[in-house]
Every structure is written in structure tokens, then in C-alpha cells.
Design a protein around this ligand. Sequence first.
Ligand code: NAD
Length: 494
Amino acid sequence: MDQSKIDVLRAKEVPAFGHLIDGKQIPASDGATMDVISPLDGTVLTTTAAGTASDMEAAIASARAAFEDGRWAKQPPAARKKVLMKWADLIEANAMELAVLGVRDNGTEIGMALKAEPGSAAATIRYYAEALDKIYGEIAATPSDILGMIHKEPVGVVGAIIPWNFPMMIGAWKLGPALAMGNSVVLKPSETASLSLMRMAELALEAGLPAGVLNAVTGEGRVVGEALGLSMDVDVLAFTGSGATGRRLMEYAARSNMKRVYLELGGKSPNIVFADAPNLDEAAKVAAAGIFRNAGQVCVAGSRLLVEASIHDDFVAAVTKAAEAMRVGDPLNINTHIGAINSKVQLKANLGFVDQAVEEGGNVVTGGTQILQDTGGYYMAPTIVTEVTRVATLAQKEVFGPILGVTPFETEEEAISLANSTVYGLAGAAWTANLGRAHRMVRGVRTGVMHINTYGGADGTVPLGGVGQSGNGSDKSLHAIDKYVNLKTAWIKL
Ligand code: NAD
């Protein structure tokens, strides 16, 4: 990474963003805008359109019209593939510009942002572009006088609602398979991190995606998100975000047209370290990175450290050392390990969790405070709390910040029981050199992704989906395609 190039991009003025409807950038119907506050220094970066329900309805109508006339859905697979491949190329060609814009908006450290945002988004779009002409229907095992065919058809209009932590990556997880299969999409980025995703959507048009196939509307979740959720003309909602919003989307679906709702929600993922781990130093460093990168604003963050009691004190000391060696600060400095907290509200919530942990008997080993106040931005020291009980708030509630709770265990059974003692089931890890134990942990821990002797890094070839209150349906891999197709049977008498 070239610091001087980043510095040039960060000095650029950011233009005001409007909605993207029917291939055009347009303002909100009542002209209202929202300030975009940069978490780097608390200043106003630009404005976005503060959408109204009628803006959302216009975007849905545009997507519906595009779907019904087949301007995208009826294009030959090879033509759709060409456009999506071009889009991936454009995202890659503009990677640094997109990454810096995104970081100024959401605070992720640039090294991670470059890889996880444009890098991963381009790879995801390309993956589904390459897959789309290899997805076949089926012929059923019928009696000889019947032909039973199973077609995979696009569902129609997909509403995609995206959070603030990795807008481009998570946006691409929905857009890639949905567009590949011929659907139209209405995108609703987060109000606190929409810029890079809006720019990425514009690039889709530049790549040749017909107007109306992808529309994007900014604004408050309770206004434009609700209008999307309650629409009678949206067939699928694909959501990543908090459990509270996920519940609302299910209600909206029930109150409207019973649209399918796929939810990728929060987690309280256990990182379980046994005394027989192959390399405890490595495990400690990865444990720190697994919770503190992007300031803990990662859905799969290993926020609960479960440590075998015999190594507890030494291991906590090693993780603390690794955490204290991580540089917190300006996310656009290439040497920063931990960037900013996305918003003032989120920072306040994080600090509240620390206070509550102490009230409940937790011991703050390092961190616990806001730092770098002179920048005007929102920064927090990586925080480790020991003596966290099974039922403590820190063991039960998702923080979504740089706070690690530590709990000791004595046996494998106790480790599994602790791991499974939350309503969540998104990710997890176990560190052990014992092959049998490793497989028992994979089978025993109720979760969507279980790592062994590593944490994070699972790429687009494997699904990411939660169990329990971490959600349903998976993003990534070929399995994600199922969410964006209907199976239609043709039963033909010969
Ligand atoms: P959030 O639920 O507050 O917001 C997510 C999106 O929903 C935003 O676009 C928001 O505007 C919209 N929204 C809010 N209220 C709405 C409503 N009433 N109707 C429709 N839409 C509405 O979540 P967040 O704070 O942006 O993101 C953090 C959460 O996302 C965490 O819980 C995190 O674990 C989760 N997350 C999960 C994954 C995963 O893959 N499982 C990945 C990243 C983040």
C-alpha cells in the first residue's frame, strides 16, 4: 500500500450522494439530506439523500418494471456474465478509491478495508458471474410416460439491506448471486456507511447493467427500510444486521406479502483454547486479531475467549501483550491495526458494556476506555475482561466492539456447554492438536462456521450462515444461489 496515494485520496472532497433509481442519481423526493459524519474525526464528510417511503416505492417500481420486461432476466447467461465480470473489473480498477471512501465513512483500518471491501466484493461478483452458466435445472426420476423437469427461476425483486461494518463485501454477498440469477435488486445501505456501496452500485451501470435492475436508496432504516420490508412488490428480503431489525423484517413480511426473509445476524462467537493447542503463542496473536481487527465490528468476531483453566493466566497475559501491541488510530495510516468505532452512539454503547461487566464482577485487564479524544474521532482501546461468568452480559449479549470476555473451563464437555450457552450460533474456533477432539468440537459447537487452529479467513467458496438467533440461510458459496431462485416443476405427460 502506498501511503502517499491514500493521502491524496483522503484529501478529496466527497460529493453529495443521491439515490440511484432507474439508472439516475436523484435527490430525495422532498429534497431532504442526511449528514455523513466521519468517525475518523467527527466532521461532516458529505450528505446523502434522506429517503422517503415514496422514494423507496419508486425504486421498487423501477426494479419490478425491469424484471417484468426481462431486460436483464431474459438476457442469455453469457451476456449477464459479461456484464458482471466487467463490474468486478471496474471495482478492482477503482479499489483504492472505493476503499478510502469507505474508510472515511465507516472507520475500518485501510489494510483490512482494501482486502475485505473492494477486494472481496470484486471476487464475489466474479465468482457468481463465473457460476451463472453452470447452474442447471434437473430431470426427475419419473415413470417412463412422464417428464418431470425442475427449473430454477429468478424470484423477481430482491430487497437487500446492508449494515455498516463491511458494506461492499456484504453488499456483494447479496448482489452477486441475486443479479447472477436474473433478479432485480433494491439496495438499502446503512445510514452510517453508504458511500462506497453507492459508488459500487454506480459502477454496475458503467459495466452495462441495464437501468432499473439495480436501484439503491439511502435513508433511515425505520423509513426506507420499513417501506422495503412492507412492500407488496418485493419477493425476497436479504438482510445483514442486528437481531432487533431482523425481527422487524419478519414482522413486515407477515404483515405484507409473506416475502421470504433471509437473515444474517449477530454473534457471540466462542474462541476455545485447549492446553494442547499446537502453538499457544500463535493462538494468542490470532485471538487478539480475531476480536480486535476493525475494532471488533465484525459479525464473526471471537468475542468470547474460553481457556482451559491450567493455562488461563499465561494465555490471558499473551493475548493482552498481543492486544497492547496493536496500534489504534487513524484508519487511513497504513501502519494502523485498529481503526475507529463507526459512530458516537456505538462508542457509547461499547463503554456501557465495560461498566456493566465491572458491575457484574469482571476484571478489566487492559483497555476499557475511549482514547485519542483530541482527534475528534471515535476510538477505543482494545479491551480484555476476565472473570466473565457464563450468564454475564458480556458472555450473552453481542457488543460489536473491541471487547473480549474471558471464561475458564476445566473439561472438553464444559467447553462445549459454555460455547453453546448463548442464543447465537454464527462462528467459533477450537485450538487443539488432538484430531479427535478437533472433530468433536466441530460437531459439538452449534454454529455456522467452526475454525480449527485458526480464526477467520474463510473465503467465498464456503457458506456463512448462522443458526439460532444468528440467522438463517447462507451468504457465499454456490449455496447462496438457492435464496434467489424459485424451483418450478414441469410435469409433462408424454
Ligand atoms: P442494524 O440492524 O442497525 O442495521 C442494518 C441495516 O438495517 C441498516 O441498513 C439499517 O438502516 C437497516 N434498518 C434499521 N432499522 C430498520 C427497519 N426498521 N426496517 C428495515 N431496515 C432497517 O445493524 P448494524 O448496526 O448496521 O450492523 C451491526 C449488526 O450487523 C451486528 O449485529 C452484526 O453482528 C450484524 N452483522 C452480521 C453479519 C453476518 O454475516 N451474520 C455480518 C455483519 C454484521
